[in-house]
Design a protein around this ligand. Structure first.
Ligand code: SDX
Length: 432
């Protein structure tokens, strides 16, 4: 739990008795004011959207939105993207330290040996129409996992938590690829233990029983980087959903399924799909000015998807890495003059120079370039958020483990009540 430092805050309401509130010191970023005692004074705090609210203490990820800084267990995302890989980051998020070579080898082997799903789970997919949105399928299938793993559902058992974390990290790419294969009417491809995490995912996505499928190493490297860059992001909406669901004692599979549902929204993880749909709607570089004007019009709900962020008021450091990865992938595929990328780059350039975006500190976020890479790889737009969920799963389960192992209370926010005052019931024949 948080510990009080030397600072304290005093609140005086309407000239009443001053209320002393403890201040807890952060290792990085803002300190926090513990407002817990306000309830006994007859008050709640009010912060719709939790813009200024710390819901928990955590040691996993730190974001400085003004400086565009993202640290995982203290390591900058730029260094992890350049020198680490997704599974090594999964280990770091779960354990707090980078693995040594034997720890890494053991972790990779453990994950590889959990990638298959229960054979009965394959039947589960048959209940979905082929044109079902893959996020609906992934949400249902991950929630159903708790029906298969009764041997690891004691949330107070550290070994059970560890096994569940490994199972989710290992199986989520298999489930993601199965969502795709089901939508294509193609047979599911079993995972292979001779391939890396990203290679295995691409193989399960694009291989068929009819011929050998060679994974392109540049594409596999880009896929691994996409997973790595999406792995965790502090208390975002979906991670907060996982924590809230988990705080009731719900099993981790159900809690992660709740996170998948929250991620689906176009303001959150659904933005990568929305970016491509937006670029398709804009259609041509010639129309960009018209759409920038729509985005600035208070009466127009249109927004530049992939732009803006609740925390980053500077460049999202992940977007910068993905911009470079995007160039590498398109060059490897020989489509550098990809019209969608050219439109995205022109849109970014115009928006970054426009006073509306400058004044509101709106910059490209992680979703702005990821969709262009995924589309170039051959992943359909409706599967983009499934890819985001696949990358984010280690973050979700790391936060769930941190909460469950660290002592927690059930999440139960209050409200500012704006309804009727007490009134008596009126029988139906006496109503007007
Ligand atoms: C992710 O939280 C996380 O960490 C999320 C994430 C993660 O890794 O988990 O980083 C992943 O979700 C990234 C964000 C993806 N979403 C989008 O790209 C959708 C487009 N962006 C916006 O919807 C918006 O920027 C949000 C939802 C991301 C942030 O919304 P906020 O913090 O609630 O800010 P806001 O909506 O109040 O916007 C502030 C102002 C508003 O104008 P005013 O009311 O102050 O006049 O900026 C405007 C907004 O109208 N604005 C935009 C805009 N984003 C904000 N105007 C045009 N286009 C945009 N994209």
């Amino acid at each position: 739990m948080a510990n009080q430092g030397t600072k304290s805050a005093t609140l005086q309401i309407d000239g009443g008795e001053p209320i002393d509130l403890p201040v807890y010191e952060a290792a990085e970023g803002p300190d926090v004011i513990d407002v817990g005692k306000l309830t006994s004074q007859g008050y709640f705090t009010y912060d719709p959207g939790f813009v200024s609210t710390a819901s928990c203490d955590s040691a996993i990820t730190f974001i400085d939105g003004d400086k565009g800084i993202l640290l995982h267990r203290g390591y900058p995302i730029e260094q992890l993207a350049a020198s680490s890989d997704h599974l090594e980051l999964c280990y770091l998020l779960l354990n707090g330290e980078l693995p040594n070579s034997s720890e890494k080898a053991e972790f990779v082997s453990t994950i590889k040996n959990h990638t298959m799903v229960h054979e009965s789970l394959r039947q589960f997919f048959q209940g979905f129409r082929p044109d079902a949105h893959p996020m609906a399928v992934m949400c249902g299938v991950v929630g159903a996992l708790s029906a298969f793993y009764h041997d690891s559902l004691d949330i107070d058992d550290e070994v059970h938590r560890k096994v569940t974390a490994h199972r989710l990290i290992a199986k989520i790419p298999t489930i993601a690829a199965m969502c795709y294969k089901h939508s294509q009417g193609q047979p599911f491809i079993y995972p292979r233990n001779d391939l890396s995490y990203a290679e295995n995912f691409l193989h399960m996505m694009f291989a068929t029983p009819c011929e050998d499928y060679e994974v392109n190493p540049t594409i596999a490297k880009a896929m691994d980087k996409i997973f790595l860059l999406h792995a965790d992001h502090e208390q975002n909406a979906s991670t907060s959903t996982v924590r809230l669901a988990g705080s009731t004692g719900a099993n981790p599979f159900a809690s992660v399924a709740a996170g998948i549902a929250a991620l689906w929204g176009p303001s959150h993880g659904g933005a990568n799909e929305a970016v491509l749909n937006m670029l398709d709607e804009i259609g041509s570089v010639d129309n960009i000015d018209k759409y920038i004007a729509k985005a600035k019009d208070k009466d127009d709900p249109f927004r530049i998807m992939g732009f803006g962020h609740r925390v980053y008021k500077n460049y999202d450091p992940r977007a910068k890495v993905l911009q470079e990865t995007c160039r590498e992938v398109l060059a490897e595929l020989g489509v550098e003059d990809n019209p969608t990328l050219q439109m995205a780059q022109r849109l970014e350039q115009i928006a970054l120079e426009d006073e509306y975006f400058v004044e509101k500190r709106l910059y490209p976020n992680v979703d702005f370039y990821s969709g262009i890479i995924l589309k170039a790889i051959g992943i359909p737009v409706e599967l983009f958020t499934v890819i985001f969920a696949t990358g984010r799963t280690p973050g979700w389960i790391a936060h769930w483990c941190e909460m469950i192992s660290g002592g927690y209370k059930i999440g139960r926010p209050r409200q500012l009540y704006k309804g009727y005052n007490k009134r008596d019931f009126v029988a139906v024949d006496e109503r007007g």
